[in-house]
Design a protein around this ligand. Structure first.
Ligand SMILES: [Zn+2]
Ligand SMILES: [Zn+2]
Length: 313
């Protein structure tokens, strides 16, 4: 199984246009960029997980082939508005060879998606319903949606567990997308080989109205779900307040509830601004709090090969 991180940024990509905050300034200086979060899984099937408005450029950058299926997590624009770009695959094959792409989403998510993209149905995509807890009827690859809580504006939000192979030779991959809680943490979520989890903020904010995941909160999930091979963090934003930054008064800057702090001194860890700072502080925290790693900060274009390991227990 190959996992390609097509994008690793939040809803408006990063750095944000016209933003001079400490995070965007540092990223601009370094030439860093995070497109809207989306993943491509290549295994016995090619699976596109979410398709935000950056899909067209992500397809080109990653030489992406036609996906066998698309899995949508929820109805927010950064997770499905790129669907039109899939038309490129249809336009350049002989008419007789084309088959529409199945697109899975929950019933509630489809209600929103269909209003916008109803005209793509039949010719380009096929509407398929993802029911939490019920595996999708896809050959060779077991895909099970699970219900996530991403607030009242995304009632139908789901994550997906992808499994391939049998018994000791199986590979399990868990993708949570945007969420604050999982209502029912079943055994299916435990001990995946790879967990991809959102890290929208570094510190949990005072008010988490958008129901998003901070790295501080994600630590609890990493501890409970115990990924065997690695955790990858995605969906980074510039919503944290960096101490001393005059832009902390911006609407998007959230005050920390109780910042992640060193266990002995009680000093808050530095709020990371760029990729290197993120990975450095994540490494420190995982060591200081004995969190099973590695916990890796994903970047756009990162490709991970997930091999079966018959020798593992
Ligand atoms: Zn999002
Ligand atoms: Zn969302």
């Amino acid at each position: 199984m190959e996992i390609v991180f097509l994008g690793t940024g939040a809803a408006w990509s990063l750095p944000e246009h016209s933003c001079g905050c400490a995070i965007c300034t540092k990223m601009t200086e370094l030439g860093e960029y995070r497109a809207r979060t989306s993943l491509l899984i290549r295994s016995s099937r090619t699976v596109l997980l979410d398709c935000g408005p950056d899909l067209g450029i992500q397809m080109r950058r990653n030489s992406m082939e036609k996906p066998d299926l698309v899995l949508l997590t929820h109805e927010h624009g950064d997770h499905y508005l790129g669907m039109d770009d899939l038309v490129a695959f249809r336009r350049s094959v002989p008419a007789k060879e084309w088959t529409p792409i199945p697109v899975y989403a929950s019933e509630e998510t489809w209600e929103a998606v269909e209003i916008r993209f109803g005209y793509l149905l039949e010719a380009l995509i096929e509407k398929r319903i993802a029911v939490p807890g019920v595996p999708l009827p896809e050959a060779n690859l077991r895909i099970t949606p699970f219900k996530t809580d991403h607030g009242p504006n995304a009632k139908g939000s789901v994550g997906y567990v992808l499994e391939e192979g049998e018994g000791d030779e199986s590979v399990k991959f868990v993708y949570t997308s945007d969420f604050l809680r999982v209502e029912e943490e079943t055994e299916l979520l435990l001990e995946p080989d790879v967990l991809v989890i959102q890290s929208h903020w570094f510190n949990e904010p005072t008010v988490n109205r958008p129901h998003l995941m901070s790295f501080q909160r994600a630590l609890d999930f990493i501890r409970r779900w115990r990924p065997r091979s690695a955790t990858y963090l995605v969906h980074f934003s510039d919503g944290d307040q960096v101490p001393g930054d005059p832009c902390n008064s911006f609407l998007k800057k959230y005050e920390p509830l109780s910042p992640v702090a060193e266990p002995v001194s009680g000093r808050p860890y530095p709020v990371p601004r760029c990729h290197e700072e993120w990975q450095a502080v994540v490494d420190r925290i995982c060591t200081d709090f004995d969190v099973k790693g590695p916990v890796l900060v994903a970047r756009d274009g990162l490709t991970v090969h997930l091999n079966r390991d018959p020798g593992r227990s």
